[in-house]
Design a protein around this ligand. Structure first.
Ligand code: TRP
Length: 375
């Protein structure tokens, strides 16, 4: 069996460094190592619309932002197929069939969906009353079913490796169950995927610059891949560290200290050699910080250098790509056409397995003809 890598992002905003360490950096590495048969990266606009139905303009505007982020981060359309989810109608078709293979209560138990319902404030109990009173919106059916649509995203391309963050684990689990169910019911067509998580704890969920567990636009605590060097420094300078570390001599704490979490996610020993040769590695720096005698500002300056070393080449590439925006839409269009070829092939197999390929089924036509002749 071949090695097919697939992953995507909802185009609801520019990508930030949490997206980067959580998955994008890994994708670029995988792409450049070249050890795969196909690699797909797509913009999940259909999924983004499941809770933004009234604001398609937001999605439309962010397609190009995310595409620029991808290209700036180093995804190469020659090596990896970039496409837009909504332009693959076969995805809707497969979603429809997969929906018959999962129960409402199984979807209700999906932890990611559960927490997202809470976060978005959709009402669950007394839904009718609340909706009628115009207080809160009920859960849109499309939103509720998005794990099934995500299973279609993955299986339509027979992906077996999905680089994604920890929050996507329940989606991959759901997908694996659907693959089992499909293959048991109709025959072996779909492929079970595995999630590929980031290898370090800090990358699993990078906190916001304010120390909040989640980096999110609405909290205003993000560092974007497209931020200028000046913006990054301002954000790093204002970062949450250790509130008990008042004087330089005080012992510092690492727990919940964003500067060190970000260093865990970003820095390597070479960065010390290049920017801060007094220390050989992050462990030495941490030791000094916890003992006392090391100021936050010095650590922040170092973090800023480390971040910029990674972000500056992206800025340069981004500016190059920004010069020809129509060409970016062309890249996406070409990628979408290539993805559709694979999609059509899998759907032929799916329809055949489900025995709904009536017009290609000569045996069916002949047997029905014989049946009516005999009557
Ligand atoms: N759910 C993912 C997110 O919120 C986006 C996504 C949609 C995805 N379909 C996917 C990720 C398939 C991996 C594979 O970012």
């Amino acid at each position: 069996m071949g090695k097919v890598i697939l992953t995507g992002d909802r185009p609801t905003g520019k990508l930030h460094i949490g997206h980067y360490v959580g998955s994008l950096r890994r994708r670029v590495q995988l792409q450049n190592e070249g050890d795969y048969d196909r690699m797909f990266v797509f913009m999940a606009d259909v999924q983004a619309l499941t809770d933004n139905a009234d604001n398609p303009e937001k999605i439309r505007q962010n397609i190009i932002e995310v595409a620029l982020d991808y290209l700036a981060a180093g995804l190469d359309p020659e090596k990896c197929t970039l496409f837009i989810q909504s332009q693959i109608p076969e995805l809707c078709e497969l979603t429809t069939y997969l929906m018959n293979l999962v129960s409402v209560s199984r979807l209700q138990r999906n932890p990611t969906v559960k927490s997202e319902i809470k976060m978005r404030g959709f009402c669950q109990q007394d839904e009718e009353a609340a909706e009628a009173a115009g207080q809160r919106k009920g859960i849109p059916v499309g939103f509720f079913c998005y794990p099934v649509s995500q299973a279609a995203d993955i299986t339509l391309f027979k992906a077996n490796i999905v680089p994604a963050g920890e929050d996507q684990r329940p989606m991959i689990e759901q997908t694996r169950e659907l693959v089992h169910s499909f293959n048991n019911t109709y025959g072996e067509v779909l492929v079970e995927p595995e999630i590929m998580l980031p290898d370090n704890q800090a990358c699993l969920r990078l906190p916001g610059t304010d120390g909040n567990a989640k980096m999110s636009k609405s909290l205003g605590n993000c560092v974007y891949l497209s931020d200028s060097a000046e913006d990054v420094w301002q954000k790093v300078r204002g970062m949450y560290t250790d509130p008990t570390h008042l004087r330089v001599d005080d012992p510092g704490h690492l727990e919940g200290n964003c500067v060190f979490t970000y260093l865990d996610a970003f820095c390597c020993n070479d960065d010390f050699a290049e920017f801060w040769p007094e220390y050989a590695c992050l462990d030495e720096l941490k030791e000094h910080y916890t003992k006392g005698g090391l100021g936050d500002m010095k650590c922040k300056k170092f973090l800023n250098q480390v971040l910029n070393k990674e972000l500056e080449p992206m800025r340069v590439r981004r500016h190059e790509f920004e010069k020809d925006i129509p060409e970016i839409y062309n890249i996406l269009k070409k990628g979408t056409e290539q993805a559709r070829e694979v999609a059509a092939q899998t759907m032929d197999e799916v329809r055949h397995a489900m025995r709904i390929d009536y017009f290609n089924d000569a045996e069916l036509i002949a047997s029905q003809a014989a049946r009516f002749k005999a009557e």
